[in-house]
Design a protein around this ligand. Structure first.
Ligand code: NAD
Length: 442
């Protein structure tokens, strides 16, 4: 099948490459010339495990193409996947400019009957708008159907998620179009849910809102654990065994980030508000999450007093491990707060430094060497649970830091192991370990 994918970001590139791997002829189009030039020369604009090898393989077999030319991308496509960004606007609603531009461009350049498959996360009613735009501007002799096909892949495991996802949602008001898209996915042997367009659009927002709720819920319980002397890990073990609750997504920490949960929760609050419902529960979820990112600096000040002139090793820049994405990452909030306190920051990250540089410039120091970040530091803050951080021999903190004070925003280490170290260790929802450090300024 001839498939074109609009947008070569985390969703579009992975989708295009994996569809090519399934044997389809795929053309990926983006408006960013530099991104397409990189891809054409065999380099990747994003980091995603497993993607590079698949791109090389499918380009070599002639199944995968990259272009900025809509005539080439949309002219012969039977299916066009929309995977462009829907970023958050100031009022929290989703910016649909890019989606509308693609719709208009499809209408201008399509030369066949086509099925448009929307993977971008869009508010309920958007696929109807996409359909209207294309109907209004397309050639009269060609037919178009729009299918809502929300994406659930996770950055860092996107390729695996494409091939082994939990479910595929196909929302369509046309049986023929839904069946056509279903044929593409059938070889994956993933449960397929066929539904109407609006329900499909809502499934994506409801899923992200529910996951965000789980995170904020467990973080609230973690805060109470700290106050009463309980241990959040024991609590999650205890509640997670209940099949009605389940063990997943109950990890306490400094909150969710990334390009999806923060924007999708806000967009759903707005969607509800625009439809005469105040989604109070989700508003509280967002508020709790905003608080979590400020915990490391609050805890740091409690334990070592003023941070002015203190050297802080910030371990992890990306919003989660195995990705280079720093959008809405907790690191950005923590860095801003540390800078306001006058701290001197060296940030470690294995792959997200180029993206962080674009946001933060040279306001902080960066290193890919974790020991370099820790060298002579007064404080270490763990922001992202990278394997390099989790596997670090625990004595490294004492060996390299001026004072081994560690604030672990992701509960990376076992309390039993860390208790053997001469270290002050503060994590989330667990008892503090104070084996050596005493605040010399108080
Ligand atoms: P992204 O910002 O990484 O990529 C979007 C790409 O679209 C950019 O490369 C941009 O240049 C391109 N683009 C913009 N306008 C275009 C046009 N007219 N034609 C062609 N390309 C165009 O975004 P992303 O993270 O891949 O997310 C895409 C959508 O998928 C969003 O709606 C997002 O909410 C949703 N989503 C993302 C994830 C995720 O983990 N990133 C998961 C599920 C769903």
């Amino acid at each position: 099948m001839n498939i074109s994918v609009a947008g070569t970001g985390y969703v579009g590139l992975v989708t295009g490459v994996c569809l090519a791997e399934m044997g389809h002829q795929v053309t990926c189009i983006d408006i960013q010339e530099e991104k397409i030039a990189m891809l054409q020369s065999g380099r990747l604009p994003i980091y995603e495990p497993g993607l590079e090898d698949l791109i090389e393989k499918n380009v070599t077999c002639g199944r995968l193409h990259f272009t900025t030319n809509p005539k080439y991308a949309y002219g012969n496509a039977e299916v066009i996947v929309i995977a462009v960004g829907t970023p958050e606007q100031q009022d929290g609603t989703a910016n649909l400019t890019y989606v509308r531009e693609v719709a208009y461009s499809i209408a201008q350049y399509m030369k066949n009957d086509v099925i448009v498959c929307t993977k971008s996360t869009v508010p309920v009613g958007t696929n109807d708008q996409i359909s209207e735009i294309i109907q209004r501007h397309k050639p009269a002799n060609h037919h178009v159907e729009v299918v809502a096909n929300p994406e659930f892949l996770r950055e860092g495991s996107a390729v695996v998620d494409f091939f082994y996802g939990d479910r595929i949602v196909i929302g369509s008001d046309c049986h023929k179009a839904a069946a056509f898209i279903e044929q593409i996915y059938l070889p994956l042997d993933i449960p397929i849910i066929k539904t109407d367009i609006k329900s499909a659009e809502m499934i994506k927002y409801a899923a992200n809102a529910f996951l965000a709720t789980k995170i904020s819920f467990i973080n609230e319980i973690a805060t109470i654990c700290e106050q009463v002397g309980a241990n959040i890990e024991e609590v999650t073990k205890g509640i997670g065994k209940d099949k009605r609750i389940g063990p997943y997504f109950l990890k306490a920490g400094i909150g969710y980030g990334g390009s999806c949960f923060p924007k999708d929760t806000k967009a759903l609050v707005q969607l509800a508000g625009n439809n005469q419902h105040s989604f109070d529960l989700l508003k509280a979820v967002i508020e709790v999450n905003n608080r979590q990112a400020s915990l490391p600096v609050i805890k740091a000040k409690e334990i070592i007093g003023s941070l002015k002139g203190k050297k802080v090793a910030l371990l992890g820049l990306s919003f989660k491990p195995n990705t280079d994405d720093v959008r809405q990452a907790a690191s950005l909030v923590i860095i801003e707060e540390l800078r306001e306190e006058g701290a001197v920051i060296t940030a470690f990250d294995p792959i997200a430094i180029p993206n962080a540089l674009q946001v933060l410039g040279n306001t902080i120091e960066y290193t890919q060497d974790i020991r370099q970040a820790l060298l002579h530091a007064d404080l270490a803050i763990i922001v992202t649970e990278w394997e390099e951080i989790k596997q670090l021999p625990l004595e490294t903190f004492e060996l390299y830091m001026k004072k081994p004070v560690v604030i672990d925003g992701r509960n990376c280490y076992s309390l039993k192991e860390i208790s053997k170290q001469p270290i002050t260790y503060i994590s989330i929802g667990r008892p503090i370990v104070t084996n050596e450090y005493k605040n010399s300024e108080t």
